[in-house]
Design a protein around this ligand. Structure first.
Ligand SMILES: [Zn+2]
Length: 89
């Protein structure tokens, strides 16, 4: 058995590796939110408006203001982080 394998089996589940994986997943999600900051509005499914039963009248979705898009929570975190960075400089 190699020394590396011996230490790995001694500590059991490697907490450091799991922590690194969690950090990487979070960083990946944040990067994803930087490139694609919006998701379809949940209330109107990205349509931005609701049609009346007659089909001839419609109103804007008041959740997204008619844009049909919602800022993803990860993007909000990113904007917050950028704000902290700007204050420091
Ligand atoms: Zn909407």
């Amino acid at each position: 058995m190699s020394p590396l394998l011996a230490t790995a089996s001694h500590t059991g589940p490697n907490l450091g590796a799991w922590l690194l994986l969690a950090v990487l997943a979070a960083a990946g999600y944040l990067l994803h939110c930087v490139i694609w900051p919006y998701r379809a509005c949940r209330k109107c499914d990205g349509a931005g408006r609701f049609r009346s039963p007659s089909g001839r009248a419609w109103r804007y979705c008041n959740r997204c203001g008619g844009k049909g898009a919602q800022l993803r929570p990860g993007r909000r975190v990113w904007t917050h982080l950028k704000g902290i960075d700007r204050n420091r400089r």
